[in-house]
Write a protein that binds this ligand. Structure first.
Ligand code: SF4
Length: 333
């Protein structure tokens, strides 16, 4: 084992693409290497993320994987923005189930309108009061909105880029890649921990998977959520072929080697795509996972996940609630 193996800069895009194309028994060597890198930088601690769908369905955007888009004939429930008390109750349940952080997710292009933003700021306070790190995934956010949420105690901003820039126009046409990158950059500049990744199995090539990781490296995001498409009826991607469990593990491993110091989460689509190989995500380099249900589909029970972690000798990271800034930072600094 060389020190080079633990280079915090990670492997080059060229090496990553070679590894993305590995097959058969050599995959196990790749997983073992990624597992060592995870252990070196992250130890045995796992971050547990939980989410609530705080405003479901009717989204004006046209993301082709999403059953919450009003343009798709998906089956997602529709309901308006959840009240802070209800968000707080969900966060308390997540805290009781050992969540490290809790994210308020809305099916929206963005939440920059003062009334809705004020309501979400109250929800952020309710999440903090539950004793978990507060996160939100609200779409495209401007600097003022991000400051409002930071002053309410929000630590993390989640905003997926979804896929590589070169594939994005096949996935969404109602907002641009640059708009997404702008939200990520503004959140980084304000000092948030930024959670930003994508969904795999949407027709992208292996090279495009590496391209997305390169963009995330350049943006210096803190957490990288990896989702595997669980095709939703009524969406343009309803008939997409599922990735194999080994392909999913390979993506996790290559992302760990490209982004060795980052928190890599396995989120949506874990059960249906990885099936019996779910516990392998940690050997392949992940150090975080989604606990409980997904946005529009059910996850497996928290009890089963906690048992799996105990069997693997992994421990759960406790929440680390940072002090709320009196005045949010200036994005220019
Ligand atoms: S912006 Fe979000 S909620 Fe809206 S369609 Fe896209 S993925 Fe779905």
């Amino acid at each position: 084992m060389s020190h080079f193996e633990f280079d915090p800069q990670g492997i080059s895009a060229a090496e990553a693409l070679e590894l993305m194309n590995l097959e058969d028994a050599r995959l196990f060597e790749l997983f073992a290497r990624a597992g060592r890198v995870r252990e070196h930088f992250k130890g045995k601690e796992v971050r547990m993320c939980s989410i609530v769908n705080a405003k479901s369905g009717g989204c004006p955007e046209d993301c082709s994987f999403c059953s919450q888009s009003a343009r798709n004939s998906g089956q997602a429930d529709r309901y308006p923005l959840m009240q802070p008390e209800e968000v707080g109750r969900n966060a308390q349940a997540a805290a009781a189930a050992s969540a490290t952080e809790f994210s308020i997710v809305t099916a929206t292009r963005g939440v920059n309108e003062p009334k809705a933003l004020a309501q979400i700021a109250e929800s952020v306070k309710a999440v903090r009061a539950a004793g978990v790190e507060a996160c939100a995934s609200l779409g495209l956010l401007n600097e003022n909105s991000l400051r409002t949420l930071q002053e309410a105690g929000m630590q993390h901003v989640h905003h997926n880029l979804e896929t590589a820039r070169s594939h994005f126009d096949k996935i969404c046409t109602t907002h641009t890649y640059d708009e997404q990158v702008a939200t990520v950059r503004t959140a980084k500049n304000l000092g948030f921990d930024v959670c930003c990744g994508g969904i795999f199995g949407m027709g992208e090539t292996r090279a495009q998977r590496v391209e997305l990781a390169e963009t995330l490296r350049e943006l210096d995001v803190d957490h990288v959520p990896i989702n595997f498409l669980d095709p939703r009826p009524g969406t343009p991607l309803a008939d997409a072929e599922r990735l194999t469990p080994m392909e999913c593990l390979k993506i996790i491993a290559v992302y760990r080697l490209m982004l060795p110091t980052k928190d890599i989460f396995v989120m949506g689509g874990r059960e249906v795509n990885l099936r019996d190989m779910q516990s392998w995500i940690f050997m392949a380099g992940a150090n975080g996972m989604l606990l409980g249900n997904y946005l529009t589909t059910k996850g497996r029970s928290a009890e089963d996940d906690l048992k799996m972690l105990a069997d693997l000798g992994m421990t759960i990271k406790l929440p680390d609630l940072k002090p709320v800034p009196e005045k949010a930072l200036c994005a220019e600094h």
